[in-house]
Design a protein around this ligand. Structure first.
Ligand code: CS2
Length: 491
C-alpha cells in the first residue's frame, strides 16, 4: 500500500475511515499557548479545542504548543513536519476504534531553540490563555510546599531573566512584556494532576517573580487568574504498533499518533483573566469550586493506578488491564478505594462514588488500552506524595485503615531496591529520583526503615508508630520472598 504522510496538504486524501478536522484550519488564530505538549494534552485539551473549532467555529482558540526541554525536540520535529496534525485513536473496550485527525494545534515552538519567539507568542495580544501540562513534579515545590529556589534552572533564570529556560522564567518574561506594553494578562491554566493545581501554579510563579521584580509580582497577583482544574483521560504511551496500525490499515504515515480511552472529563473553575473558549459546549464542566472533583479523581483514579501498578510490576503484570484481569489485584484495588480512599473524600455533588469506582475499574480493565505498568510507576516520587500519602496520613489521623496504602509503600521500596520483579527480571524504572530511591531502599536489609528516611517524600511518617509497625511487617514479608499476590490476599 502507498503511504501518505500526514500533513495539511494531504488532508483531503486521508482515508474516509479517519475523520479530518471539520473546519478551515487557515482561519484559526492562536488564542492558547500550551506548554508541555505530550500524549495527554493531545488526547484531552487539544481534543476539546478541536471539537469546539469543528462544531462551533470558535476560530479564536487555536493552540500553539511550546516545548521547553531537549526531550521535546522529537515532538517539535514531528508536529512541525505534520503541520501540527496527528491522529487520535480512541480504543473502546468492545474493540470499536475511532480514528480522527486533530487540527487544533496550529503552531509549535521549541523554546530552547527560539526563546524570543516563544516569549513573543505568549505576549501576543491574541493569546488569552497559557495552559500547562508540566507534570506533578514540574511545579518545583518542596515537601513543605514552598518553591524550591535551589533548582539549577530557577537559579539560572533568576540571574538571566532575559534568557529563560524554565516555565517560570518564560511566564515571567511574557507577563513582563504584556505589563510593559499595556496588554491584559493571560490566564495560567494548569492541567496537571495536582490538588489545587491553579493555586500551586500561582504560588510557584509568584514566589519566583518575588525574587525578580516586586512590581511584576504585584501586577501578576492582581491580574492573572489561575483556575483550578480536574483533568481526566487515560492516555498510554504511544507504541510502534499504533504507527503500524495507521500505516497498514489506512496507508497513513503519522510519526506520533495518540491512543486513548473513550472516557474524558474536564472540570474547571470559571475564573479567567481575559476570556475563555466555551468548552462547556463540548462537554467540559465549569464550576465555582473544583476541590471535591480533583480530590476524588486524584485519590481514586491516580492512586488506584499506583495501587495496582506498583505490585503489578513486582508480580510481573505488563499492563494495567492485565492487573485488572487478575482478581487478586482488582479486589485489592477496590478494597483500598472503599476502605481507605473513600472515607477521606468529601461528597461530590451529582456524583455517586460507587458508580464512579465501578466505572474506574471498567476503564482500567479496557483490554485495548494496554497502559503499561512502567508508565504508571514512572515518577512515583512525585506522584505518591500527591495521590496516596495524603490518604494514608488522613487515615492515621482519624484512626482509619492504612494497611493497603502501607503495602504499596513497602512494595515501592522493594521495587526501588531490587529494580526487578519478583522473578528477577529487570524493571524499567523512570524517575528523576531513581538514584536516591535506589540508595535509600538498598539500606532496607540493615535498617528496615531506611527507605522512609527520604524526608522529601515521606516527611514525618516515620514518627507514626502505627504506620511504622505495619510497614515493618510488610517489608519483612516482602523481603522473606513471599509472593506479592499472596501478601495482597492476606490483608
Ligand atoms: C496516571 C495518569 O500518571 C499516572 O500515574 O494515573 O496519567 C492517569 O492515567 C491520568 O491522570 C488519567 O486522567
Amino acid at each position: 500500500m502507498i503511504t501518505l504522510p500526514l500533513n495539511q496538504k494531504n488532508l483531503d486524501q486521508v482515508s474516509t475511515h479517519i475523520q479530518p478536522p471539520q473546519y478551515d484550519r487557515h482561519a484559526v488564530k492562536t488564542g492558547i499557548v500550551h506548554i508541555g505538549v505530550g500524549g495527554f494534552h493531545r488526547s484531552h485539551q487539544a481534543w476539546y479545542t478541536d471539537a469546539l473549532l469543528g462544531e462551533y467555529g470558535a476560530t479564536d482558540w487555536g493552540i500553539c504548543g511550546i516545548g521547553l526541554r531537549e526531550a521535546d525536540r522529537k515532538m517539535a520535529e514531528v508536529l512541525q513536519r505534520q503541520d501540527g496534525l496527528y491522529t487520535l485513536i480512541t480504543q473502546h473496550p468492545d474493540g470499536q476504534i475511532e480514528n480522527q485527525v486533530i487540527g487544533s494545534i496550529t503552531e509549535y515552538i521549541l523554546a530552547m531553540d527560539e526563546p524570543v519567539r516563544a516569549i513573543n507568542k505568549m505576549a501576543d495580544a491574541d493569546t488569552k490563555i497559557v495552559s500547562l501540562t508540566i507534570t506533578e513534579g514540574g511545579y518545583n515545590m518542596t515537601a513543605e510546599g514552598s518553591f524550591d529556589f535551589t533548582d539549577a534552572g530557577v537559579v539560572h533564570d533568576l540571574n538571566h531573566p532575559e534568557a529563560p529556560t524554565t516555565v517560570f522564567g518564560f511566564l515571567a518574561a511574557a507577563l513582563q512584556k504584556r505589563k510593559d506594553t499595556g496588554l491584559p494578562a493571560f490566564t495560567v491554566l494548569s492541567c496537571d494532576n495536582v490538588e489545587h493545581n491553579g493555586d500551586v501554579a500561582k504560588k510557584a510563579l509568584l514566589s519566583f517573580v518575588s525574587k525578580l521584580d516586586p512590581a511584576l509580582e504585584t501586577w501578576i497577583a492582581n491580574n492573572v487568574c489561575f483556575p483550578n482544574a480536574m483533568v481526566d483521560r487515560i492516555t498510554p504511551v504511544t507504541h510502534a504498533k499504533d504507527i503500524t496500525y495507521l500505516r497498514d490499515s489506512f496507508g497513513l504515515d503519522d510519526a506520533w499518533p495518540v491512543t486513548c480511552e473513550p472516557f474524558i472529563q474536564w472540570v474547571i473553575e470559571d475564573k479567567f483573566s481575559n476570556g475563555r473558549p466555551p468548552y462547556e459546549k463540548v462537554g467540559a464542566q465549569f464550576v465555582p469550586d473544583v476541590t471535591p472533583y480533583e480530590k476524588m479523581k486524584l485519590r481514586l483514579l491516580n492512586a488506584g493506578h499506583s495501587v495496582v501498578g506498583i505490585p503489578g510490576a513486582i508480580y510481573g503484570h505488563p499492563t494495567i488491564n492485565a492487573c485488572m484481569e487478575d482478581a487478586v489485584f482488582a479486589t485489592f484495588m477496590r478494597s483500598f478505594l472503599d476502605k481507605e480512599a473513600t472515607p477521606v473524600l468529601d461528597t461530590v455533588e451529582g456524583i455517586d462514588l460507587d458508580q464512579y469506582k465501578d466505572t474506574l475499574a471498567a476503564r482500567f480493565a479496557n483490554p485495548n488500552i494496554k497502559d503499561s505498568v512502567s508508565r504508571i510507576c514512572s515518577e512515583s516520587a512525585a506522584k505518591l506524595p500527591k495521590f496516596l500519602i495524603p490518604t494514608l496520613r488522613e487515615n492515621l489521623h482519624r484512626g482509619g485503615s492504612i494497611k493497603y496504602a502501607t503495602l504499596i509503600l513497602a512494595a515501592w521500596c522493594f521495587y526501588s531496591d531490587k529494580q526487578a520483579n519478583q522473578h528477577g527480571a529487570p524493571l524499567e524504572i523512570i524517575d528523576v529520583m531513581r538514584e536516591q530511591l535506589h540508595e535509600a531502599a538498598q539500606g532496607t536489609a540493615q535498617d528496615p526503615l531506611s527507605f522512609l528516611r527520604l524526608y522529601t517524600i515521606f516527611g514525618d511518617l516515620i514518627d507514626h508508630k502505627q504506620f511504622v509497625d505495619a510497614y515493618t511487617d510488610m517489608i519483612h514479608h516482602l523481603y522473606s520472598g513471599i509472593d506479592i499476590s499472596r501478601l495482597m490476599q492476606s490483608l
